[in-house]
Design a protein around this ligand. Structure first.
Ligand SMILES: [Zn+2]
Length: 286
């Protein structure tokens, strides 16, 4: 059975001599694969072992490169990666808020990797994922992992056993971080809280509700600007679809992946540069 979250009896910082002992203790089961997971359940653990030239490790934030497309002989990227199998598993973690165990190995080139063996470095959440051209020129899938600090990691919710299955489940639910700046609010007001895709307005007991969607995401590594020409006013459904590549937008504002076009107020300038960035990184296919 796949265990998500900490493995009982294995605290963060535990060290292991080799991949075999890591596997024996259930911290990372596969002996070779970097990602342990399935495309139905999500990923339970990953090992950083210096395999990918595109990986970036900032400690609490890791930009992790997906699986596939590498030559068995040279280890070099020789083909495009696809959002399938273990990569799809990590994408599910992102959508479901499932944490993934991170293990750093001695071959991983980062100042914080262990000198020898492997170290369990705790739980991370998959904050976002996208595709881009890697250093090799081939398409790679990338995952932004963010460390879950212990406060949050122990804040687990135990679900009652489901009537459909007998096994008990422990899940961690972490809300997507919403940034609502003054600019974001001004875009929502420009549309009177109406979704630019479906024109639906959501009325709550606290008034109208809409979400501000950044076209090129804020924060590292995308570094999109928090400016009006990079913000859309969307309903929660279309916001999630947009962030996870369910649709994208052509320069003439035709929707790609959905019928119709994006509604736009004449005074709202949407920068085509950011639309292009979104298409290249988040659309289903380039
Ligand atoms: Zn909508």
């Amino acid at each position: 059975m796949r265990v998500f979250g900490h493995v009982v009896g294995i605290p963060e910082g535990s060290e292991f001599e080799n991949r075999y002992t890591l596997s024996q203790y259930g911290v990372h089961r596969p002996l070779q694969a970097g990602i342990s997971g399935s495309q139905d359940e999500g990923a339970d653990s990953i090992v950083l072992s210096g395999g990918y030239e595109d990986d970036k490790d900032y400690g609490d934030v890791i930009i992790y490169t997906g699986h596939g497309g590498r030559s068995q002989v040279t280890g070099l990227q020789v083909a495009d990666q696809k959002l399938t199998r273990q990569n799809l598993a990590l994408a599910l973690n992102c959508q479901r808020g499932t944490p993934v165990r991170v293990i750093r190995g001695y071959k991983h080139t980062s100042p914080i990797s262990p000198k020898e063996g492997y170290r369990y470095d705790g739980l991370y959440r998959v904050d976002s994922y996208w595709q881009e051209q890697g250093l090799s020129g081939f398409v790679i899938w990338r995952f932004r992992l963010e460390k879950i600090h212990e406060q949050l990691a122990t804040d687990t919710v135990e679900e009652p056993p489901s009537i459909y299955e007998n096994s008990e489940r422990i899940e961690i639910t972490i809300q997507r971080i919403m940034r609502d700046t003054k600019l974001a609010l001004s875009v929502k007001e420009m549309y009177n809280f109406e979704c630019q895709v479906c024109q639906i307005r959501i009325l709550t007991n606290a008034g109208l509700y809409a979400e501000a969607a950044h076209i090129q995401p804020l924060g590292m590594p995308h570094n999109g600007p928090d400016s009006i020409d990079n913000i859309l006013c969307l309903c929660p459904n279309h916001h999630v679809m947009f962030d996870f590549g369910g649709f994208s937008i052509a320069d003439d504002l035709t929707l790609i992946g959905l019928e119709g076009g994006l509604y736009k107020e004449p005074k709202h300038f949407i920068n085509p540069r950011y639309l292009q960035y979104h298409r290249e990184h988040f659309a289903d296919k380039i």
